[in-house]
Ligand binder design. Structure first.
Ligand SMILES: Nc1ncnc2c1ncn2[C@@H]1O[C@H](COP(=O)(O)OP(=O)(O)OP(=O)(O)O)[C@@H](O)[C@H]1O
Ligand SMILES: [Mg+2]
Length: 268
């Protein structure tokens, strides 16, 4: 993880981000710096603004105020497609899979943002289209092997368990060849065994060089795997720091862990 390296190179930065829905300050003046190699955790109670913040980072929402920079470039006003072209990939809290398409077809969609063929190539089956097809199929199968879903490549996504569908979504995000992978509650709906395997997979991806930002309620994972953590509460940043700093911060303890419970208890 990046803490072990001497220089931290900023990858995704938020400066003074606000998102107001009418009178509701869903995100309120949040700064954040995710560096290359991080497993960056974002935590906070329900409704703290975590998903809204991800939506701003990925072009789904335009912030009311503030700027987002990726590799030093201002991407604040970019569309979700343009953000994906920058190789910022994400998964969604509410699964966004095509349930009546196979696992392989779902993953191939992630590759298409990088290929050259257009609609006419697809209709006319031009050489460009055929080349792209062969490439995306091969690459998608490779990813499915890596994520342990190769045997399910021809299964309709909707027929898989919820935990496996979440993995398909991660596979689709990986197909983008991301420079950063944003995961919104990847373990939601998974049983403890699936959760453990997923957490190990996220650590393995990080060891392979992927920078990861993850919204997660599993404190054991967050405290043990993330090198930096951003804590949000009512849209505001309480703290951005190391797990040790998060664990000992009294404001975090009362806001996030609740009265009578300290972070140490949550991570056992
Ligand atoms: N499109 C929207 N329009 C109006 N209000 C919204 C919209 N999206 C989110 N909100 C509100 O913004 C606040 C933050 O929501 P958000 O989904 O970002 O929280 P969260 O931290 O991801 O919560 P959870 O842990 O439950 O997923 C909530 O009060 C929510 O109701
Ligand atoms: Mg959310």
């Amino acid at each position: 993880m990046a803490e072990q390296t001497l220089t931290r190179v900023p990858l995704l930065e938020a400066q003074g981000i606000c998102k107001y829905f009418g009178g509701l300050k869903a995100v309120d003046h949040v700064d954040m710096t995710i560096c290359q190699g991080d497993i960056f955790g974002i935590i906070g109670p329900n409704g703290a603004g975590k998903t809204t913040f991800f939506n701003i980072c990925t072009g789904i929402f335009t912030p009311t105020q503030g700027r987002i920079f990726f590799c030093g470039e201002d991407i604040t006003a970019m569309s979700p497609e343009a953000v994906a072209q920058k190789r910022i990939a994400r998964t969604f809290q509410n699964l966004q899979l095509f349930k009546f398409m196979t696992v392989l077809e779902n993953v191939k969609i992630g590759c298409h943002i990088k290929t050259k063929s257009n609609m006419f190539d697809a209709i006319l089956h031009t050489p460009t289209f055929k080349r792209d097809e062969a490439f995306t199929t091969e690459k998608s199968l490779e990813i499915l092997k890596r994520i342990g879903l190769f045997d399910f490549r021809d299964t309709l996504a909707g027929n898989l368990s919820y935990g496996m569908q979440r993995k398909v979504e991660i596979a689709r995000a990986l197909a983008l060849d991301p420079k950063i992978l944003l995961l919104d509650e990847p373990a939601a709906g998974m049983n403890p065994l699936e959760t453990k395997a997923l957490m190990e997979f996220i650590q393995a991806l990080n060891a392979d060089g992927y920078t990861i930002a993850v919204i997660e309620h599993d404190m054991k994972f967050v405290m043990n795997s993330c090198n930096r953590i951003l804590v949000l509460n009512f849209g505001q940043k309480i703290l951005e720091g190391t797990p040790a700093e998060v664990k000992t911060n009294p404001e975090v303890q009362s806001a996030y862990f609740g009265k009578g419970m300290v972070a140490g208890e949550a991570i056992r």
